[in-house]
Ligand binder design. Structure first.
Ligand SMILES: C[S@@+](CC[C@H](N)C(=O)[O-])C[C@H]1O[C@@H](n2cnc3c(N)ncnc32)[C@H](O)[C@@H]1O
Length: 326
């Protein structure tokens, strides 16, 4: 076992964000010996909820030393190939996986886990995914990839993400991705719904949701799901946040054009509801900071870190089937 001292296997976490993936790792039995991100508010949120972690605020390209660890995890940014972002294969941000590769070769952990958006499997980005797999194989890891849906692991949300899991090639053990625990199959739990996640929270939580006008782009698709359904994918942009089911339904009136069916009041999910739909702790603390010079700026930061997070139950499931190689 590397580092630690607690007897639990250890992990270095890169592109840590507010700690969705780390919360899942901790539940799966790991100690985080180092976390890192460039986003100040992500770090503040993380430390308000998991104060014990050594979390370095820095651009990953500037860090050169890392503690030993059994596991390396990283969910590098995805703006370049996410469904909700501008899709350009040549954006520099798409190449941060090379930093993950650099740290992988420095630490040589027994295993690694990477999470990224489904867009990476599209034909115009497939070469980037292939390049990652090749690099990690050249670093002498046996790599497996799988597209997983968070809903299948008890998250009340359809969120499809690509996972890459590697085991160091000198270790005689195989990785198996976890079976879906939720769904309509035999022996599975029913999907967790929006109602299960947020019923009972205040209907109109003042100051906790974005109340910008619903502009034409917002109305270009149906952003509402009912109480007893899974949520669509939670995004990180305040203005594009999905509708709370208290809002009226929408009907399609033309290509990329939807309208409200009644004049009832409507609103987006609050950042706290979005957090619950991401499977983050219901008690998560959202610190306010000096840099929140306006309510809007604060809301934007809170929505962003929540929308960027990996749902802890999903990460826990993926880490939970790692072989006992520590
Ligand atoms: C998809 S999010 C990670 C989410 C996180 N794993 C979680 O579960 O909460 C990607 C993160 O990469 C961070 N990031 C982007 N560029 C970076 C850089 N150059 N160095 C360090 N972190 C960076 C972003 O701030 C963002 O928090």
């Amino acid at each position: 076992m590397a580092g630690g001292g607690s007897g639990r296997p250890t992990a270095v976490s890169l592109f840590t964000g507010c700690g969705g993936s780390d919360a899942g790792l901790i539940e799966a039995g790991f100690d985080i010996v180092l976390a890192n991100d460039i986003c100040r508010y992500a770090r503040e949120f993380y430390l308000a909820n998991l104060p014990e972690t050594d979390y370095k605020l820095a651009d990953i390209t500037t860090l050169s030393s890392f503690p030993e660890a059994d596991l390396l995890v990283g969910c590098y940014p995805c703006q370049g190939f996410s469904e909700g972002g501008v899709r350009k294969a040549n954006r520099g941000i798409n190449y941060l996986y090379q930093q993950f590769d650099r740290v992988l070769r420095l630490i040589r952990p027994k295993a690694f886990i990477v999470e990224n958006v489904q867009g990476l499997t599209r034909s115009n980005f497939r070469h980037l995914l292939n390049n990652q797999i090749i690099r990690f194989r050249l670093a002498r890891y046996r790599v497996q990839t799988r597209l997983l849906n968070a809903a299948d692991y008890g998250v009340p949300q359809e969120r499809r993400r690509v996972f890459l899991v590697g085991i160091r090639s000198d270790i005689d053990a195989q990785y198996e991705f976890p079976e879906a625990t939720h769904g309509s199959g035999e022996g599975q739990h029913p999907y967790v719904t929006i109602r299960d996640a947020i019923e009972g929270l205040p209907d109109w939580p003042e100051g906790e949701y974005c109340d910008d006008p619903f502009h034409w782009y917002y109305m270009s698709r149906n952003r509402r799901r009912g109480w007893d359904e899974l949520s669509k994918t939670i995004v990180s942009t305040a203005r594009h946040m999905l509708l709370h089911p208290i809002s009226p339904t929408l009907s399609r009136v033309g290509p990329d054009c939807w309208e409200w069916t009644t004049d009832e009041p409507r609103r987006r999910f609050s950042f706290r509801e979005a957090s619950a739909l991401q499977g983050l702790s219901a008690e998560a603390v959202f610190p306010d900071t000096d840099r929140m010079h306006s309510e809007t700026a604060g809301l934007r930061m809170k929505y962003r870190v929540v929308g960027n997070a990996v749902p802890p139950p999903l990460f826990r499931a993926v880490a939970g089937t790692l072989p006992e190689i520590w």
